[in-house]
Design a protein around this ligand. Structure first.
Ligand code: GCO
Length: 449
């Protein structure tokens, strides 16, 4: 079977500032909530932090050259907010602007298009002291940051993304507390959802006012939730509520200007405090966008469990394969998700802005890094996406997470997602076999299985 992608299909790699840059306090950069969080012992597996990450800050020319050698046409990166505004708002740090201009110019020089995410989780710590995303004003802080970036980098950016995974910021950062800023309060997390979405709306509105022409959208992390027992009404209902909590809670306001009512009624019954919504908020959030980006990796299977809060359900691992960080490999979930998103929301265009897997990679005796499992994973997931596209889903591009191995948030450096291996002791880069495979996929605009 041969997968032949349309001529204008876009292939890329995705990265994030905190995960690759390092240089956490260089050249006037302020502290971010992830700097603070990773410096607290116990928060990061293997006691790592992102202080150096993979030194992209110093090595961006080398890495971009490597991307070019591999024929990668599109590079997704993010802007570290406190590099631009060390205090979060107010005075701009010129060195931060210059740095990102140099990176973007380097991409351009090498013929690589740039997709830029404004917020990939590095909120300035100074703003956290004012409540961070829990503060309604956060949407205004973000708008000011976004306007500065649009103005400073607009001529060099091919695609803009307002937020990466508001779900992770809200729930990981404020409900489970496994991510920065490490708060555990579900009701606050819901308020964060609302403020993040308002921030997104404000940035899109500002962007249109400024008359820039590249496309702008948002990246949501979504995946499918299936009931463990197909005929069990309690499992089915819980799977539906989890789907609302992870997917609809963000996509409904953006595409339909409403929050999922079934979920909100359920949560009220569980003593959760619903977010404060003011007049005009939903209109602001529902600004038209040019595309929807999806980060998707796995699927979940839900079993009703009375003891859990606020949703009475738990995830039950099935018998299938898992990646090195324990995520279930369910390519069919990619197909179902794309079909569902298309049917439910009709976004004009969809990009898979992240998909990939963690493998236990190592350097072989011959100096090479072979990662057949990653190639296998990608073949299956890209194949599933292809089928959805063939059936009418407007899928326009596919970014692999990620280019080089990097700092994987709470997993530290213990999880390798890269197409390129990084030896952290020497910072040496070695393209894995998946990098060469992906290079061929791009060249042939498809692959055979
Ligand atoms: C996320 C982020 C990435 C991750 C990737 C692998 O989805 O959490 O966008 O920064 O590193 O997804 O976990």
């Amino acid at each position: 079977m041969k997968y032949c992608f349309p001529e204008d299909f876009q292939w890329g790699v995705a990265t994030a500032a905190y995960q690759i840059e390092g240089a956490w306090n260089a050249d006037g950069k302020g502290e971010s909530i992830w700097d603070r969080f990773s410096h607290i012992p116990g928060n990061i597996r293997g006691e790592g932090d992102g202080d150096d990450a993979c030194e992209f800050y110093e090595r961006y020319e080398e890495d971009i050259r490597l991307a070019k050698e591999l024929g990668i046409p599109l590079f997704r990166l993010s802007i570290n907010w406190p590099r631009i505004f060390p205090e979060g708002t107010g005075t701009v740090n010129r060195a931060g602007i210059e740095y990102y201009r140099k990176v973007l110019e380097c991409l351009k020089k090498n013929g690589i298009k740039a997709s830029v995410t404004l917020y990939h989780w590095d909120l300035p710590q100074k703003l956290q002291y004012q409540g961070g995303w829990m503060n309604r004003q956060s949407a205004d802080w973000f708008e000011a940051f976004a306007r500065t970036c649009f103005e400073a980098f607009g001529d060099l950016v091919d695609q803009w993304i307002t937020l990466n995974e508001p779900q992770s910021t809200a729930m990981g950062g404020h409900a489970s507390g496994g991510h920065a800023p490490g708060i555990r309060d579900y009701s606050s997390a819901l308020q964060v959802v609302h403020n993040l979405l308002r921030a997104h709306g404000k940035a899109v509105k500002a962007y249109r006012e400024m008359g820039l022409t590249a496309e702008i959208g948002i990246v949501l992390d979504m995946h499918m939730f299936y009931p463990v027992e197909e005929g069990n009404p309690a499992d089915i209902r819980m799977a539906r509520l989890f789907q609302q909590q992870t997917n609809q809670l963000y996509a409904d306001p953006i595409f339909k200007k409403v929050y999922p009512q079934e979920l909100f009624e359920y949560l009220s019954g569980r003593r959760v405090v619903l977010p404060e919504i003011q007049e005009g908020d939903m209109e602001l959030i529902g600004q038209p966008i040019d595309f929807l980006g999806l980060n998707t990796y796995w699927s979940d299977y839900v079993r009703y469990d009375e003891e859990r809060w606020p949703l009475q359900g738990k995830m039950v691992q099935q018998d299938g394969f898992v990646t090195d960080c324990g995520w279930e490999v369910v390519p069919e979930g990619m197909y179902d998700l794309l079909k569902w998103v298309h049917a439910e929301y009709h976004p004009k265009q969809i990009f898979i802005t992240e998909n990939g897997c963690a493998c236990n990679d190592w350097i072989g005796a011959d100096g090479k890094v072979e990662d057949p499992n990653r190639i296998n994973y990608l073949k299956q997931y890209i194949g599933a996406a292809y089928r959805a596209m063939e059936e009418g889903v407007p899928l326009k591009g596919y970014y692999i997470w990620t280019f080089t191995d990097n700092f994987e948030w709470a997993w530290g450096k213990t999880c390798r997602f890269g197409l390129v291996f990084v030896d952290y002791k020497t910072q040496k880069r070695i393209p894995k076999s998946s990098a060469y495979w992906f290079s061929e996929v791009i060249k042939n605009n498809g692959f055979e299985v």
